[in-house]
Structure formats: C-alpha cells, structure tokens
Design a protein around this ligand. Structure first.
Ligand SMILES: [Zn+2]
Length: 100
C-alpha cells in the first residue's frame, strides 16, 4: 500500500480482502481498517468520529485493536483480536457503539 497508517505510522498492511471494485485491509500493527478503491485513494475505513478515540487508545496502550470489518473477520481468523478490550475502553470513555 502507498501510505503509512494514520494511527500508528506503520506501513504493514494485511488481512486483505479483494472485492470487485475495492480492496480492504488492516494495519497489522494497530488493527485499523483501510479501504482502497481501484483507481482511487486509500482511506481509513471506519466512522470518522471514532478516529480521535482510536488515536488516544493507540497512544495510551500501543496494542492491536482488531477493528476488522465483517468481510475481513469472516475471511481472516484473528483479525479482530483485541476488539473486545478496545470496545470496553471506549465504553468507559462514554462513547457507546452500536456497531463498529
Ligand atoms: Zn496502524
């Protein structure tokens, strides 16, 4: 991929899932999901309002967050490791999630 992760600055992407018009992947260091549309730019694939919380969590704990999308979770076992801990932390900050 062509960019470093905006959360942890790594450029190691994995858990890739290819669709007809787009490619989904995850940063293997912090677990942030990305999407790249064919002939388009790579972008973070998560609700914009969560990004500051993801950054805070990463800066505080430096652990993988496992924020895999459904299609990535279904094809790559372990891609959502750490998500439970992240959601618990997030809930303590007062942010309630319906669905990540
Ligand atoms: Zn990352």
């Amino acid at each position: 991929m062509d960019k470093n992760c905006i959360i942890c600055r790594s450029n190691s992407y994995g858990f890739k899932v290819e669709h007809t018009t787009k490619l989904e992947m995850i940063c293997l260091k912090c677990g942030t999901p990305y999407i790249k549309k064919f002939r388009g730019k790579q972008s973070i694939n998560i609700k914009k309002e969560l990004i500051p919380h993801i950054k805070n969590y990463w800066n505080d704990k430096k652990i993988y967050m496992g924020l895999a999308t459904k299609s990535i979770r279904e094809s790559h076992k372990g891609s959502d490791t750490g998500k439970k801990e992240f959601v618990e932390w997030l809930n303590k900050t007062g942010v309630l999630l319906e669905e990540l």
